[in-house]
Design a protein around this ligand. Structure first.
Ligand SMILES: NC(=O)c1ccc[n+]([C@@H]2O[C@H](COP(=O)([O-])OP(=O)(O)OC[C@H]3O[C@@H](n4cnc5c(N)ncnc54)[C@H](O)[C@@H]3O)[C@@H](O)[C@H]2O)c1
Length: 261
């Protein structure tokens, strides 16, 4: 017969999924990152909402005292170092990094300029190297934490509309994620990536309706994703519910990447 005590430890204590945790969220001034800040705060986390745009101030003002804004350019190491120092100053520790900041893909492969290539790699690759590096440094002294990088379904396979430099930069994000997982797992750090498919962050509403319909139709579910559907998976990966999940890239794409083409 099952002993009630055997199961008692399995029951989740009352409160949010991220109760008592401190999360640094980049890209929190708009789109998926802003919704991550809302979901994390709603699940009980304290959040440093970081962005370059100024939108981080609106995010913090809308979400209340558990969210503090910070201006960061993820391409600049001094900014990134200061971001983690600020989180520790305000909230005492860092349990999670959700690195969402990014810029859209450029034109098709044969039209790409060197400037577009430099922009894409510096925001996505250098930004992830710097954010993950300083997240590890902030987390190791307190016994570890969870890193969730934002990649893309475009890192897994390629589509007519996706630029090669964007795909390559996001594939690099996957490799960085696995490197952190393998190298810092023994110090209690988990690292995973969310790979979104076409998701209706506000900037995507600027696309012509026929392109929006085409991209939405690529998912097996036949629709675009909502930012909250990305944020929910990030919250799970950052939480203790995912305590044995590390080094994985999770497509959150309605089945787009499962298709042959
Ligand atoms: N929306 C999608 O369909 C989709 C699909 C696949 C992957 N993604 C990825 O998800 C992430 C979020 O996408 P989104 O649609 O919410 O984008 P978004 O443009 O709505 O938001 C991105 C945020 O990142 C910030 N940012 C850009 N460069 C920065 C820098 N150097 N330093 C600090 N902040 C910076 C911007 O100011 C903005 O607030 C990105 O990494 C993107 O590549 C999005």
């Amino acid at each position: 017969m099952t002993n009630a005590d055997d199961l008692a430890g399995v029951l989740r204590p009352p409160g949010g999924l991220l109760e008592g945790k401190v999360a640094v969220i980049t890209g929190a001034g708009a789109g998926i990152g802003q919704v991550c800040a809302a979901v994390f705060a709603g699940e009980g986390a304290k959040v440093l909402a970081a962005d370059l745009s100024g939108g981080q101030d609106d995010t913090a003002a809308a979400l209340g005292p558990s969210v503090s804004p910070f201006r960061v350019d993820v391409r600049r190491e001094e900014d990134v170092e200061a971001m983690f120092a600020r989180a520790i100053e305000v909230f005492g520790r860092v349990d999670a990094l959700v690195h969402v900041a990014g810029i859209p893909g450029s034109r098709r492969s044969a039209e790409i300029t060197t400037e577009e290539y430099e922009d894409l790699t510096s925001v996505h690759l250098r930004g992830t190297v710097l954010c993950d590096k300083h997240a590890v440094r902030a987390m190791v002294p307190t016994g570890g934490g969870a890193i969730v990088n934002f990649s893309s379904a475009a890192s897994l396979n390629v589509d007519e509309r996706i630029s090669m430099a964007y795909s390559a930069a996001k594939a690099g994000v996957n490799a960085l994620t696995k490197a952190i997982a393998v190298q810092y797992g023994p110090q209690g750090i988990r690292a995973n990536a969310v790979a979104p498919g076409f998701t209706l962050s506000k900037k995507n509403f600027a696309a012509p309706p026929e392109i929006m319909r085409e991209l939405a139709g690529k998912a097996a579910l036949g629709r675009a994703g909502q930012p909250q559907e990305q944020a929910n998976v990030a919250a799970f990966l950052a939480s203790d519910l995912a305590s044995f999940v590390t080094g994985v890239i999770v497509p959150v794409d309605g089945g787009w990447s499962a298709k042959l083409a």
